[in-house]
Design a protein around this ligand. Structure first.
Ligand code: SAM
Length: 294
């Protein structure tokens, strides 16, 4: 099968109609696939995990640059197709696997290093995939992924914008993010309705995070609670979770008072909304809540 150009015809001949529910928008230009692969800054010693091999449009240039590629594909029909045709480069191992159910410790063992992930990501899984990366941040080196523009914009958003939210703050706490390339719908078959953006997410050394010395699970809980109702004040969103319920034996009023004190002790006014806070202020809030809870 030709990977580029006449993708539509090839798919029809192989009875592999693109599946919308699996976000199958295949790259159709070799030069574009090369440009996306180049965003990975892959070296000859790298073992790359590719999520969503599809017809192999991106797999090909990645395999040319890397030592090995471990390709994951959820669509059994596509996996069978590649196995029958034996058309992927020799240094590619194809696994029938849902990335959202993948064992990252196992992928880490297979990679023999921190994970380097490339993907033209199915739009339907972009948010859960990003949260999976955040969960597994200590096993991550970098991820270079194509996302719908709207999601990419959220990752690089600044406070006081409507794009700024939970993924922005959580990802910023453990990684640096760069937008590298914008792709128009005509680069894909079938064409999506919106532009796509390739972003590079470089994870920090968790040791650096440890020296920051704050309780990451609590930080995550605070960020999620603070953004749960964007129009409400920090006092209302954070006290509705009742972080201090054990300390006040379920007394909501007392819990709200402790929440107010914890917010103020972080140097923040309780009437503010989550969307105005910078990452450092969320970290200050976490330290202040920790101090009260300990
Ligand atoms: N890499 C190919 C390309 O660039 O042309 C295909 C990209 S297409 C946007 C996304 C691919 O991810 C599809 O092949 C789809 O079947 C696969 N996919 C969808 N959900 C997945 C999941 N949860 N885990 C692994 N692969 C998935």
């Amino acid at each position: 099968m030709t990977r580029y150009g006449d993708t539509r015809k090839s798919l029809r001949e192989e009875s592999l109609a693109p599946k919308k529910q699996l976000g199958q928008n295949f790259l159709v230009n070799k030069a574009t696939a090369d440009a996306v692969a180049n965003c990975g800054r892959i070296s000859k010693d790298d073992i790359i995990i590719e999520v969503g091999v599809g017809l192999g449009a991106l797999t090909q240039p990645i395999a040319e640059q890397a030592k090995e590629v471990i390709g994951l594909e959820i669509d059994r029909g596509l996996v069978r197709f590649h196995n029958e045709k034996d058309d992927l480069p020799a240094n590619v191992t194809l696994l029938h696997q849902d990335i959202l159910k993948a064992d990252f410790a196992e992928l880490y063992r297979k990679s023999q290093a921190k994970l380097k992930i490339m993907a033209n990501l199915p739009y339907s899984i972009s948010n859960p995939f990003l949260f999976t990366l955040i969960e597994n941040r200590e096993k991550m080196d970098w991820a270079t992924i194509m996302l719908q523009k709207e999601v990419a914009d959220r990752l690089t958003a600044s406070p006081n914008t409507k794009q700024y939210g939970i993924p922005t703050v959580l990802l910023k706490s453990c990684a640096t993010i760069q937008s590298l390339l914008t792709l128009k719908p005509a680069e894909f078959h079938p064409r999506p309705k919106i532009d796509s953006v390739v972003v590079r997410i470089e994870f920090q050394d968790p040791k650096a995070e440890a020296t920051e010395n704050y309780d990451w699970p609590l930080f995550q809980k605070i960020v999620r609670a603070a953004f749960s109702q964007r129009r409400k004040t920090l006092l209302n969103t954070l006290s509705s979770v009742n972080f201090f319920s054990d300390l006040v034996e379920g007394d909501k009023k007392a819990g709200k008072q402790l929440t107010k004190e914890a917010i103020n002790q972080a140097g923040i006014k309780e009437g503010l909304r989550a969307e105005v806070l910078h990452l450092d202020q969320f970290i200050d809030l976490t330290r202040s809540f920790s101090a009260k809870l300990s």
